[in-house]
Design a protein around this ligand. Structure first.
Ligand code: AMP
Length: 293
């Protein structure tokens, strides 16, 4: 199988799950608990590493499905990148192993589940909550960009919530490790910046745009360029057709921040370290990075 043959991932287990340092993982090392969810390529289970009692999420992916969809390369990149990142707002990937049919990813367990579901439940978030989340994501992205990693797919579906209520960026399937400007088209249309929709070169400032879209969605409950037809979303993004509906009521400082992030010229977007100094963030974000209801 391609993944096994080319990367020898069994050698790559991280030492962060206590007491099992540098060992080769197998399924026998884990007690498998309840299913946590289902993704496109497999299932995620709560699991306990037997020797350390460390609780993890075990993501089980079927090699046949990965091959069929030709995403082995993408998975290898995701694993390579995510396993090297250490940040409180980025989901840890502790290690991985495989058998004949499956690939297993050993992930940090995010006890409060998907942010997407929480947003659906609440419809939209308060300014305090949105600002706390946006600030924590800005810090995580500053960390990624410092390591030359661009995420390129920031959206509610890719965010999980930890036990303390802290956000965790969970999906690095579209991320790249790069020193150059890139041209690949990827991600979900609603969050894509004009330069990616138009397939021109892009750099780390794509993540500033997506964070601006996310901030809007946190506050209004829908992404800013949503439309019935793909082609209309495309047009609205390219034209930066940004409108702020009268309801729910959102402060002018929040709108000011969003307007400074959703800027067509990527070099003119508010840099992430400046975002952290913006009055809306300073006035609303909980300095602990954790939203408490
Ligand atoms: P995915 O295949 O990554 O889309 O995961 C499918 C579902 O499993 C997600 O939507 C979550 O509900 C759940 N899940 C995935 N990873 C974790 C994790 N690390 N901690 C808790 N739940 C998770």
């Amino acid at each position: 199988m391609a993944i096994a043959a080319e990367t020898q991932p069994q050698e790559k287990a991280s030492s962060d799950v206590p007491a099992v340092e540098k060992k080769r993982w197998t399924l026998n090392d884990f007690d498998i608990g309840k299913p946590l969810g289902r993704g496109k390529f497999g299932h995620v289970y709560l699991a306990r590493e037997k020797r350390s009692n460390h609780i993890v999420a075990l993501k089980v992916l079927f090699k046949s499905q990965l091959q069929q969809s030709q995403v082995e390369h993408q998975l290898r990149r995701e694993v390579e990148i995510q396993s090297h990142l250490r940040h409180p707002n980025i989901l840890r990937l502790y290690g991985y192993f495989y058998d004949q049919k499956r690939v297993y990813l050993i992930l940090e367990y995010a006890a409060k589940g998907e942010l997407y579901k929480e947003l659906q439940k609440c419809k939209y978030f308060s300014e305090r909550r949105a600002a706390t989340y946006v600030a924590s994501l800005a810090r995580a992205l500053i960390y990624c960009h410092g390591k030359h990693v661009i995420h390129r797919d920031i959206k509610p579906e890719n965010l999980l919530v930890g036990a303390q209520g802290e956000l965790k960026i969970a999906d690095f399937g579209w991320s790249v490790h790069t020193f150059n400007r890139r041209r690949t088209m990827c991600g979900t249309l609603d969050y894509l910046p004009p330069e990616m929709v138009e397939s021109v070169e892009h750099d780390a400032s794509v993540d500033i745009w997506s964070l601006g879209v996310l901030c809007y969605e946190f506050l209004y409950g829908v992404p800013p360029f949503e439309a019935k037809e793909h082609s209309d979303t495309y047009r609205r993004i390219v034209q930066v057709d940004l409108k702020f509906p009268p309801k729910p009521i959102v402060s002018s400082t929040a709108k000011d921040l969003i307007s400074q992030m959703l800027v067509k010229d990527s070099s003119q977007r508010l840099p992430l370290h400046k975002l952290l100094e913006h009055p809306w963030i300073v006035q609303n974000a909980d300095p602990s990075g954790v939203y408490r209801a």
